[in-house]
Structure formats: structure tokens, C-alpha cells
Design a binder for this molecule. Sequence first.
Ligand code: FAD
Length: 307
Amino acid sequence: MPGADAARTGATVTRLALASLTTLKVGGEAEVWTCETDAAVRDATRADFRVLGGGSNLLVGDGGVPERVVRLGRAYADARALDATGDAWLGAALPLPGLVRRARQLGLSGLEGVLGIPAQLGGAVVMNAGTRFGEIGDTLQEVELMLDGRVERVPAADLGLGYRRSALPPGAVVLRARLRLTPSTPERVARAEEAVDAARRGQPKARSAGCAFKNPPGDAAGRLIDAAGLKGLRVGGAMIAHEHANFVVNLGDATAAHVVELLENVRAAVAVPLEVEWRRWGLAGGEPAARGWDRPRAEPRSATAGG
Ligand SMILES: Cc1cc2nc3c(=O)[nH]c(=O)nc-3n(C[C@H](O)[C@H](O)[C@H](O)COP(=O)(O)OP(=O)(O)OC[C@H]3O[C@@H](n4cnc5c(N)ncnc54)[C@H](O)[C@@H]3O)c2cc1C
């Protein structure tokens, strides 16, 4: 039983339905390690694991996952290190909405483009979250990672940030990120946010995980799904939103099986191949778990392979 050791290093271990930790509110159970110290993260990542951020880009299967799910706790969610200089190391569990608000209050520019994204800072780095108005990578200088049981600093330029992607080494846990924002005024920042806010107004308010499909080259997935007449298409409690065709909403009683079937129906009805944007756990073709650093290995692996 991991409990005693976990408590010693600053982790709590609970069996939880991942539906309660994701914005789409579907998904079965896992052993969730909530870590308040780097030592706890090190301990939690000894055995095979997955890292959970805000759960806002995640579809978890109804059977949950057998591996540990590692979350960073409140100790990694303090925005106070951000001061008027705009240069700060911030914990990876910091919710982006609060960070954006603090930056505006301090009159710091650079995060306007990520307004309204319900991610944690670490998850935003991993997905290079953003909009056409800007992305987290624009302000990112450096990250601190737990990798193979060791803490490492990696400059942003070495993270392979691209359109909604990064190439962090497999098994890396983002612990902290250093952002550099530009001093401006609260009024100017608020004005810049208006355009981002206006672009978001058409998005559904119901439970979702953001855009379900990546935009294919030269087109928008939402436009294609809408053109195929699929708004309102339903499987059980999962539905293509009326407000935005690239959003799947949970009407209250959706299961992962409903969502998967709905995605398949959309793909079958749209002529252009659509790739699912969400990370998927415990589902065919989904994201593999990271290997625990303490697990015996059959052969050495590269620490720099793309992720
Ligand atoms: C209503 C809504 C609107 C959205 N709008 C946008 C948008 O405009 N632009 C956009 O880019 N996205 C958007 N999203 C999607 C989502 O917010 C982003 O993809 C975000 O980056 C996911 O961050 P998260 O913390 O929720 O990560 P999670 O969903 O928890 O995880 C995503 C991936 O990151 C990994 N991960 C998370 N935290 C860490 C960490 N600390 N260390 C290592 N790996 C980690 C996970 O293992 C997983 O592979 C939206 C989602 C919703 C629900």
C-alpha cells in the first residue's frame, strides 16, 4: 500500500472517479496521487503514471485507468509570485483564469490570448494552449520538470512548442513554469481581452472539453461538421453543440462510450479526415501511460524522444 510513504513525502492517495476531475465529466476510476511537494511527485512517478492538469482536454474511458494519476496540489497553485515586474516562476497547477485575472490587475500584457481557457498552467504548456490572439508559449521562458525522478530546468526554446503541441520528453511532469509578461496598464490589457472575449461568446456553456477535433489544413473542423448538418446530433447524453459544431457537450448523463460513438458518427459523416484533439485515456488509440522511473526496464530508452 503506497499510503504511508505517500503521506511522508506530501501526497494524498485516493481512489476517485476521473469524471469528477475533468470538464467533460465522464470517465471511470483511478488511484489519484495529489502531490504537494516535489518529493511527493518523485515518489508518485516511481510506478507507471499519467499526469492530470485541469482535465479540460481529456476524454477518460468509462473503465478509468489502471495507472496512478498524478495531480499537483494547492502548493503548486499560488499566483502571488507574479508581481509588477512580470517575470515569475509559477506552479503548474495554477488555474489559467486566475492567472489571467492577476496579470490584468497588475497591468501585465501577454496572457490576453489565453483568456477563458480553463486549463492549469502545466496543461497549458503541454498543449501550448491559445487562440488566434496568442498562446502560452508567447510568454514562456523556462520550465522545471520532474523527469525520471530528477528535477530539471528546460528553456522554452527546447520544448518543441507548436500549434497546440509540445514535445516534452515522455514521462515529464511540469512542476513550474517561468513566464515573462510585459508591463502595460490594466486598462490596455482589458481592452486587448475584449476581442478574445467576443470570439468566445458563441461557445457553449454546458460541460465540454473544448474543441473535439483539430482543424484540418486550410479549414475549420467546426465549419465542416456544421456543413454536414450535425449540430444537435446525439448519442445518449453526448451531443454536438448547437452553438459550436466542434464542441461535444455532456447533457448530464453522458458516458465515454456515448462520446466515442458520437465522434465516430461525426467522422463517418464528414468527407475530410478529422483527428481528435483531446488526449484520451483508457481508450483505444489513446495516450499511453508514462513509465515509472523505478520500474525495471528491459532496455534503455531515449530521454529526448518526442512526446
Ligand atoms: C470550455 C473550454 C474552452 C477551451 N478553449 C481552448 C482554447 O481556446 N484554446 C486551447 O488551446 N484550448 C482550449 N481548451 C482545451 C484545454 O483547456 C487546453 O488543451 C489545455 O491546455 C488543457 O490543460 P489542462 O490543464 O486542462 O490539461 P489536461 O486536460 O488535464 O491534460 C492535457 C494533457 O496535458 C498533460 N498534463 C497536464 N498537466 C501536466 C503537467 N503539469 N505536466 C505534464 N503533463 C501535464 C496531461 O497528461 C494530458 O496529456 C478549452 C477547453 C474547454 C473545456
